[in-house]
Design a protein around this ligand. Structure first.
Ligand code: PMP
Length: 304
């Protein structure tokens, strides 16, 4: 992460180093916050945010699920995301809006505690590395399961869900893998630590249904692109051993973009290299986010 000049905090631009929060901010103690991650890409018409309105819709939905009364409207957060790019003179970026429980008495009662907001934007390249995007990654089934749908609000992108991801990621990294394959409570494949997963079997693109997995915007983009390319798409449950015999596999996420998976639990997937459908979808995705495909320009918000 490369620091930029300003962070938007409660409708003001604050210098990065001064954008601090009080020690007894409630979100810090209990993980009670909702957030988004949006990418801004370079295009021939200047920087463009990818699917900004959809990210802001999910942010508002997350806040609604968590019963956080947002101090600003969806459109105001959208504007802050655009402004943070301009103000920091960025050409490409990762944008992180966060709506969080502010400073207030500790304990489980959140009545009367202020809800604060921030939007950060900073230069950001690949999440798993350029090699990963090009040649694919090895992943490992986690010993941690995804949250049960009745224990945590899995449809909300809430901070409190993420220690689960961090524990799984650390376990994978410490064992020499790039990421973790996370199963749901029943043992079906769910997603990775911050990415949705796909496999290709007999030319059909398969992804788990949205039970405990986050409704990824990249997932939705890839499914739309695949259908436009006349590739069949199925949402169905599958197990890790079914994935071991997939022809191809990949993960999708704002940060990870489309990263091929070439090995799961020491089983080589297909040829062990990114294959036809994965490469085709990846190329199309990168062309789209960089504004090279007119059909999908509707997904871009240009920062003029
Ligand atoms: N699952 C989880 C748990 C995530 O945190 C993310 C990242 N937001 C994703 C999937 C992918 O979602 P998106 O494509 O919207 O970034």
């Amino acid at each position: 992460m490369e620091e930029s000049e300003f962070i938007w905090m409660n409708n003001e631009f604050v210098p990065w180093k001064e954008a601090n929060i009080p020690a007894l901010t409630k979100a810090l103690h209990y993980g009670y916050a909702v957030f988004e991650g949006i990418r801004c890409y370079e295009t021939s018409k200047g920087p463009a945010l990818f699917r900004l309105q959809d990210h802001m819709k999910r942010l508002m939905n997350s806040a609604h699920i968590m019963q956080l009364k947002t101090p600003y409207k969806k459109e105001e957060y959208e504007k802050a995301c655009i402004e943070i790019i301009r103000k920091n003179k960025l050409t490409q970026a990762y944008v992180r809006p966060l709506i969080y429980l502010g400073y207030g008495a500790l304990g489980m009662d959140i009545k009367g505690v202020p809800v604060d907001s921030l939007v950060a934007g900073f230069k950001f390249k690949t999440y798993l590395g350029e090699e990963a995007v090009k040649h694919g990654v090895k992943i490992k089934t986690s010993s941690y399961r995804r949250h049960n749908v009745n224990s945590m609000m899995v449809k909300a992108k809430t901070s409190g869900n993420y220690p689960n991801s961090i524990l799984a990621k650390m376990e994978a990294l410490n064992s020499g893998f790039a990421d973790a394959l996370m199963l749901d409570q029943e043992g079906y494949v769910c997603e990775c630590t911050a990415e949705n997963v796909f496999m290709v079997k007999n030319n059909i693109l398969v992804t788990p249904p949205l039970m405990s997995a986050l409704e990824g915007i990249t997932r939705d983009s890839i499914m739309q692109i695949a259908r436009d390319e006349k590739i069949s798409v199925e949402e169905r449950l599958f197990t890790r051993d079914e994935m071991y015999t997939a022809d191809e596999a990949f993960m999708t996420g704002t940060a990870a973009e489309l990263t091929p998976i070439v090995n799961i639990d020491e089983r080589i997937i297909g040829s062990g290299n990114p294959e036809h459908i994965t490469k085709k979808l990846q190329k199309k995705y990168f062309d789209i986010v960089h504004g090279k495909v007119s059909k999908y320009k509707k997904w871009l918000t240009f920062v003029k």
